[in-house]
Design a protein around this ligand. Sequence first.
Ligand code: MEV
Length: 323
Amino acid sequence: MKIKAFAPGKVILFGEHSVVHNKPAIAVAINRGVDVELTSRSDNNVTIEVPLINYSKEHELVNKKLVFELDSQNKMITDYIYEVINLFEFDTGFDLTIDIKMYLGAGLGSSAAVTVSCMKALSLFNHIEMDKKEIATKARDIEIKIQGAASPIDTSMSTYGGIIYINEEFELQRINFDMDLPLIVSNCELSGNTGQLVESVRQKYVKYPEIVGNIFNAMQEISKNAKHALENGNSEELGDLMNLNQGLLDSIGVNTVELSDMVYLSRKFGAKGSKLTGSGGGGCIIAYCPENINRIYEELSSKYPTFKCEQSDEGVYGQIIQE
Ligand code: MEV
């Protein structure tokens, strides 16, 4: 038996940091994520390969279960894979290859995409029907178990796909829109510490409540306007709002020289809008490129790891390609 599955990563289009202070945000599932291939074996062995991190391990099933130890100190990407495997019992062994086609630890939801894609492949292998709701819930439970806490955003994006508006009550609402969203993601390969960045913003808010409070209010208006811009297919406004959001993120101290370099490089060569995505302090930018995408990609990729992507409307999918 051979099975293939895919789950998308995500980018935050608007509202990072202000979302922590109960303001709305917008997240987009991207058509770049994690591909999983599973092939059954006739023995009891299980092999796990993750080429991106040169990980390769062989195990044996004992009483239909895989015996493993988590690397809980490091919260490794492999921990997510083992936790998913632990949900199932197996009659035969299998070879599992997890091909991560995005950056790790860069705010793109790689651990959620790994968890969700593996869950899809393994449920198909075991002939167990898991609907998207069950996948999203179980994937989030695994993120909470490994990370200690997790918002439902990453696992929801990987499972359901699409564009999601996270409102002031932290409810996730799908945005219906009918426009292309050609994006470029560039990675400066330095990683910011999300916890520390969130704390530094909180401290600024305590020190300058009026100023930072109004910056959060402006970010709120940006997310609300962006929702309408998406619904109305207004690409000019969408780009403007990204640039406004970037300026405000800079003002609260989460931008860096490298992120700025990528943002301005993309704008110089024709991006309609560009901004950091995620917690900042390193990590990635997104550039919205309805025009000139190839030129912008050339320029950014000559200096930084870069990929092109669009929104993934479908979310996780998988199929048995050989019985
Ligand atoms: C991190 O990807 C986004 C932040 O808003 C933190 C969070 O929402 O948990 C900075």
